[in-house]
Structures are given as C-alpha cells and as structure tokens.
Design a protein around this ligand. Structure first.
Ligand SMILES: [Zn+2]
Length: 397
C-alpha cells in the first residue's frame, strides 16, 4: 500500500480541520477570483451553495484505503484530501460494491489469450495510427474552462466528446451511448458488438479538476486525462479502419467524475456486475503524454489493485507491438478507474506515462496544457490499446 499510515492520519486530520473551519462563501461562480496558485495562497473556503451542482449538498462517504473504515466528509474536507494528494473513492452511492466480494454471476471466469494470434491485424491497425487526431481533439477539449463533473462545463464537455466519438465511428457498426450519473456529466460508451456474450473494456476518464477551485478554476486537463481520452480514441479509429470485427464485444469508455473519487467508473462497474455482464478485462489509460526527459522513456504498469495475468499480457503486448519497455510501480488504493473494476471483481490493468506517479506536477492546475505533451510517446499507448482490443477481443476460449 502506497499511503503510509502516518500520511493517512495526517490527511484525515487535515480533512477534519478543513471541515471544522469557518466557511467563507464566494459570490456567484462568474466572479471567480483568478486561477491557479495565486488563488491557492488565499484562504479559500467553499460550501455547496457556491457550486453549480448538488452532489455535495450532504456529506459523502469517502474511502482512502482498503482496510481503513470510510468516513463521511463534507466538500471542504474532500477538497483538503485532494490538495494533500490523497487519492480516494467516493463510495456514497455504491456501498454494495464495497461490501464483501460477491462471486460474479454464474461463476464466470474470463480467459486471456496465452499466445498472440492477431499479429497481422494488430500491425495493420498500428500502421494506420497517427498523431493527427491528438491535437485536433485536445485543443478544443482542453479549451473548455474545465471539465468538472458536477457542473454545466462538465456536461457540455461530455456532450462535445460524445459528438467527436459519433463522428469518428460514423459508417461503422458501433453504438455510442451516454451512461448517466447522479451528477451533470455522463460517461460515454462506444460498443462494437461481437458474437459472444463477453465484453472487453478499454477506458480513460474525461473530466478535469482544478485542485484549488474545483468548479470554477481553470483545469485544462491535457495530460490528466485528455491524453488517455485521445489515446483510446485514436486506437478506436485505427481498428475500425482495419476492419475490426471481434469475437467478443469491445467497448471504449470515457468516464465522468474520476476526480470526484472514481464516481463514473464505479457506477459503470457496479451496473455491469449487477447485470451479470461477462467482462473479460478492463485496460485503463490515465495520463499517457508526459515524461521527464532525464528519465528513460517507458510504459509504467500499475502493480497494485490490478490483475497479475492482465498485467503480464499488457507487458507482453508492449514488448511485441511498441518500442517501449514496461516497468511496474505501485499507485495506491484509489489510483484511477481500473480500481473500480478491480473492486467489482473483474480483471483490470492500467498503463501510465512513466513509473513516476507524481512526475507531472502540472496536473490539476492550468499548466496541464497540450504543449507539455509528447504525442510520439502517446502513440505507443494507442498501439497498446489497439493490441489489447485485437488480442483479447478476437480470442475464442
Ligand atoms: Zn486522471
């Protein structure tokens, strides 16, 4: 577990202190006091009255580690956790997902390919990939003031993303739908129907947040997670151009509300579990565009709260189909949306831009911009998504 007990205790204390302090209410959201660090320096207290959405009208049940009892926190305390860099799950509306580990319906056990059998098509699809779409989508996507999940910004940015997905799959046999949540921003799901009743899930998250001023601060969210968003979008474009027709259904998910504590992905994973959907595995991409040139360029693989076999398969796919080596690292309990699938009892893996979780210090601020991304690096992750879609989607157990 990455979060040491001492840090955890400090974070809870911080959260409690923030909740107890007098709350200063800002004026209308239009009167935002400026972005970024300058605003951070002032003593900003927020209440739900200032928010565009209603999610935080009452306290939320927050879980920060597997074996630590969740606590009810108000928005001020939740913000303090976020600023302290503590990753958490908001389990308020999905408590059944966290109470024990019920066996998947019918005792379903997913099977991953033992050998790579789709080289011709994977290499064909990879040959069709380019960096062109990244900028074309990311420039307008990051121009939304923010993509905060519990706001009109978040709803509109989701709508816009959905339109991009719909335009991209036009003429192909792909259905695109919204998955609605309790907050304004829906998740977006594109599905390529297969012959079997199993589903492969490839994902990223679409929301962004400013860690100091969540709902009216500027949050361009280029790396976090605009990069993952377009990484899988380009992979989808590549496989469709190659004539992708999988045995298993393959879905591409763009989750809402990851920054609120894996809200969107927990809702989706819970629904799929309750519907007894046979999910073969989830492959998640959260941040694929930034790496420190002083380090070796590589693909980080999250070693905790993921499935060992899926991880091993992803490492093999990277070795076979990308120019980068993989390296495992620990990410912590509520690292990103793969943890929701892990909690729901499904296989999951997560590929990351480096093995340095905190390598990109721009995230959750206005500095997380398109110019900081390396599209050439991102292309390797699109290749990985293509390979995963083919090798797992075409596999017939
Ligand atoms: Zn993220």
């Amino acid at each position: 577990m990455r979060i040491q007990f001492g840090i955890l205790a400090a974070a809870w204390a911080l959260a409690a202190a923030a909740g107890a302090q007098h709350q200063h209410v800002f004026g209308a959201a239009g009167g935002a006091p400026g972005d970024g660090a300058a605003a951070a320096a002032s003593d900003i207290r927020v209440t739900w009255e200032t928010q565009p959405g209603r999610l935080y009208e009452s306290a939320r049940l927050i879980k920060v580690a597997e074996n630590v009892r969740p606590r009810w926190l108000d928005i001020g305390s939740i913000m303090a956790l976020r600023r302290a860099g503590v990753r958490f799950m908001d389990i308020t509306d999905v408590q059944d997902l966290h109470s024990g580990a019920p066996a998947l319906a019918g005792g379903y056990e997913s099977q991953l390919p033992q050998r790579l059998a789709q080289k011709k098509d994977v290499e064909g699809a990879i040959g069709r990939l380019s960096e062109e779409l990244y900028g074309k989508v990311l420039v307008p996507f990051t121009a939304f003031h923010n993509r905060y999940y519990d706001s009109e910004n978040g709803r509109r940015s989701s709508q816009w993303l959905q339109e991009q997905v719909e335009a991209l799959v036009a003429g192909h046999n792909v259905t695109v739908r919204q998955f609605r949540h309790k907050f304004a921003q829906p998740s977006v799901i594109a599905r390529i129907e297969g012959a079997s009743d199993e589903t492969v899930v490839i994902s990223a998250h679409q929301d962004s947040v400013n860690m100091w001023l969540p709902w009216f601060g500027r949050a361009s969210g280029a790396d976090d997670d605009g990069s993952g968003t377009v990484t899988i979008l380009e992979a989808l474009r590549g496989i469709l151009a190659q004539g992708f027709a999988p045995h298993r259904s393959v879905e591409f998910h763009w989750y809402a509300g990851e920054e609120g504590g894996l809200l969107g992905s927990q809702d989706v994973a819970r629904a799929y579990r309750n519907e007894a959907r046979k999910v073969v595995a989830n492959m998640h991409f959260d941040m694929t565009g930034f790496w420190d040139r002083k380090d070796k360029e590589l693909i980080g693989l999250v070693a905790d709260h993921t499935d060992p076999e899926t991880r091993a398969l992803v490492a093999r796919l990277a070795a076979e189909y990308t120019r980068l080596q993989t390296r495992e690292f620990s990410c912590g309990y509520a690292c990103s949306d793969h943890a929701s699938w892990n909690t729901a009892g499904f296989r999951s893996a997560m590929a990351f831009e480096s093995d340095q979780l905190d390598g990109n210090t721009n995230i959750h601020t206005p500095a997380d911009s398109v110019e900081t991304l390396d599209f050439t690096h991102m292309l390797e992750f699109s290749k990985l998504a293509v390979a995963f879609a083919y090798e797992v989607g075409y596999h017939q157990p």
